[in-house]
Design a protein around this ligand. Sequence first.
Ligand code: HEM
Length: 245
Amino acid sequence: MSRTHFYGTLVGKKVVVAVSGVILFGFLLGHMTGNIKVFLGDEANGVPKIDVYGYFLRTMGEPIFSYGQMLWIVRIVLITALLAHVVTVILLAVHNRNARPVRYAQTKRIAATPSARFMMWSGLFILAFVIFHILHLTTGSLDPKHFVQDRVYGNLYRAFHNGGFVVIYVTAMVFLALHLYHGIWSLFQTLGLDNPDRNKRLRMFAALATLALLLGFASVPLGMFLGDMPEPPNPANLPPPYGGR
Ligand code: HEM
């Protein structure tokens, strides 16, 4: 079977949705566990553990890959997974609607259920958040006065001593959790895994997985804002490659 033919089948699309969904979910899990390193303090040399982690992300794969190259490969995989996931979910939704035995023949506009509408709007909101977030904490272009390249702990410390950013991030995380809860659950249905004997456990899995992500992600802005987190170290006192700037 050719690859295009495989994607053309219903099973092929379901496999694409499931595999890309697992990649995206894995990214979120990894990103959340990486973020909570802000609470782990500093290495013996005084460098915040989360800065060491950020440095690792840029240097992973060396010496086979040069600085940042492996990170770009990961980014390309994630963007591909995101595009494949969104496009295929939409194609499957259209297929399911067309396969419905009783169609809304009299309605001119396509009738979307409230949850489908919620998924669309929350998905767009999350997409907007990701763009905002990259401009804020990766490129620093949104708030350059409080951003220093590669100083992850300091950037988070300064960002989340601003209540406005805390509200934006925590709100986005609540939408993300609701979107994921619904997404994981309907993915199980799309894949045909749902069954009255298992549904309770599947729903419980979706709820616990999204709750863990919500709490883990939200703990960083809330912890920085409400907790008594130490101030970022002075880069001049840090060893290379972290110090001296
Ligand atoms: C409170 C929640 C979050 C915090 C505190 C946070 C923090 C950060 C930080 C500090 C960076 C820069 C890391 C570095 O430069 O080494 C980053 C990058 C990034 N974050 Fe988040 N993040 C959060 C939630 C999310 C969510 C929910 C998503 C996706 C839906 C996301 C997607 C990304 C992406 C795509 C990058 C860019 C990675 C790269 O290409 O370098 N983040 N985040």
